[in-house]
Design a binder for this molecule. Structure first.
Ligand code: BGC
Length: 507
């Protein structure tokens, strides 16, 4: 079973931040960039008339009569399927990716991801009918499923222990950069007729090629080699990435970790045991909550949303560039604060912060945007400003922490399986939002913002009572330092599991 060693405070082994590790991190993180690009590109493409005319003529007709109904002009199940099919495919693929990561290794899994991406790009950018387009999205989804499983594992395993937390958020940073690049590409290709959308969809081919060829340069992680019994190669790889001669202690600790993990024959079954419940439940709910903040209503459909409140196509695309920039910059705040203020502070602060923004946006739309007509300039500007402030809050909290917390709270023997379940839950809820948002906007109108506000209240309360602080806790000490003292989760910490642990440790 795959092992991630995301030590936040365990034994520090001697290591340098070598140029080689830096290059490996950059290349692998391109996987996050492609994920972000795919998130950001669909909103722009679905707002382009050439694209709608070719594939969704009914939506195009409706859009021409936009004055008839602001909230419903884009409501079309097939248009939503264009966006959402990718996430459904990624959900299914993440289980295959978990097996591929364990059996073949992280590097081949990333290479497979880039091949899926390239097929997906070819089919979608060259599409002549809806079937080809949807198949293209499905292949891109396979790429996302394989990439999102392999890249965070790879980053955690290759990083020196003391840099693991920050390097984990590099993945999220690359996601946000991918979204921003997509927003810029959307902006510039919107005026290219009639094939601007093909250029936009084809753009993902560039990072996919970088990932494919780049991954030939990087090494397999020592953990992955050792767990597949290639101990000598593992030791060699460790020496190369750490840049120091004496890697024996770390080597022994990886061998030990792999031994323990190999005793668990079915990690997925182990996930269902009471002792796994706290990280398992938190890991899954974090994905539900991350998506029900409403973030992807903005990331996928920002241009559409801004058009809904009365911007022209260009201004709407430009506003998406602005929100994308804020998303990238605010992620740095998260990287800086996560190990200082801790996870709980960021989750709680941002819940209040995002709630206020959603309520203000909802109230303005309810008061000033009728079913037909547009918002006045000042109100539209206030909406854009509050969308930006809202994105800020998400970018330093529920965004990165949705990926970080599941990667640091599972014990070693269920870490990879637990992470795979978290990735697929994330894809599932992303799919739900992508598929339902435009219909919800049509049915609930401005009420959609109150709907997300209610979810934010729920997740804020959940964070307050059920998410313990994990800042600075050694990853293998969660049971003792975090779950056992917790007022609620302690009930799942049964004494026989202690006994089992002691046996394993002394074995
Ligand atoms: C989420 C994505 C979201 C992105 C926005 C990620 O953490 O998983 O669904 O689009 O953040 O930056």
């Amino acid at each position: 079973m795959a092992v991630v060693v995301t030590n936040t405070g365990g034994p520090a082994f001697e290591a340098k931040m070598t140029v080689y590790v830096f290059i490996c991190v950059l290349i692998a993180a391109v996987g996050g960039l492609i994920f972000g690009y795919d998130i950001g590109i669909s909103g722009g493409v679905t707002a382009m008339d050439d694209f709608l005319k070719d594939f969704f003529p009914a939506v195009w007709e409706k859009k021409k009569h936009a004055h008839e109904n602001n909230y419903c002009k884009y409501d079309n199940q097939f248009l939503q399927l264009f966006t959402s099919s990718l996430y459904l495919a990624a959900l299914v693929a993440s289980f295959g990716a978990s097996a591929s990561c364990s059996k073949l290794g992280r590097k081949p899994t990333m290479q497979l991801a880039s091949i899926f991406f390239l097929i997906g790009v070819g089919l979608s950018a060259g599409a002549v009918n809806l079937v080809m387009l949807i198949f293209g999205r499905i292949f891109l989804g396979f790429g996302v499923g394989f990439g999102n499983q392999a890249v965070p594992l790879f980053l955690s395993e290759i990083a020196p222990a003391q840099l693991r937390g920050g390097l984990n958020i590099v993945f999220q940073l690359m996601v946000t950069i991918g979204i921003l690049i997509a927003n810029l590409v959307n902006y510039f290709t919107a005026s290219v007729h009639p094939n601007g959308w093909r250029i936009a969809l084809g753009g993902a081919g560039v990072p996919a090629v970088i990932l494919l060829f780049g991954s030939l340069l990087i090494c397999e992680t020592p953990t992955s080699l050792i767990e597949r019994n290639k101990n000598e190669q593992g030791k060699e790889a460790l020496r190369k990435i750490r840049g120091v001669e004496d890697i024996n202690d770390e080597y022994e600790s990886i061998v030990h970790a792999c031994d323990i993990a190999s005793q668990v024959k079915d990690p997925f079954r182990k996930l269902l045991k009471p002792a796994s419940r706290p990280p398992f439940i938190i890991g899954m709910l974090l994905q539900l909550f991350q998506q029900f903040t409403g973030i992807n209503a903005i990331m996928f459909y920002a241009p559409v949303l801004f058009q809904t409140v009365g911007f022209g196509t260009d201004a709407a695309l430009l506003s998406a560039v602005v929100t994308g920039t804020i998303n990238v910059l605010s992620t740095f705040v998260g990287i800086y604060l996560v190990d200082k203020t801790g996870r709980r502070f960021l989750l709680l602060q941002s819940s209040v912060h995002m709630l206020i923004c959603q309520l203000i946006i909802g109230i303005i739309l309810a008061k000033d945007l009728g079913t037909t007509g547009t918002l006045g300039r000042p109100q539209a500007l206030v909406v854009v400003i509050f969308v930006c402030v809202y994105v800020m809050g998400f970018a330093w909290s529920w965004g990165p922490l949705g990926w970080l917390i599941p990667s640091e709270t599972f014990p070693l023997e269920t870490r990879s399986a637990g992470f795979a379940v978290a990735v697929s839950c994330n894809m599932f809820f992303t799919f739900v939002i992508a598929q339902a948002f435009l219909s919800m906007l049509c049915g609930m109108r401005s009420g959609i913002f109150f709907f997300f506000s209610a979810w934010i209240v729920v997740m804020g309360l959940f964070a307050m009572f059920f998410i313990p602080e994990t800042k600075g806790v050694a990853i293998d000490d969660m049971r003792e330092s975090v779950w056992k003292p917790h007022w609620f989760w302690k009930r799942y910490m049964l004494p026989e599991d202690d006994h089992h642990d002691v046996e394993k440790r002394s074995a």
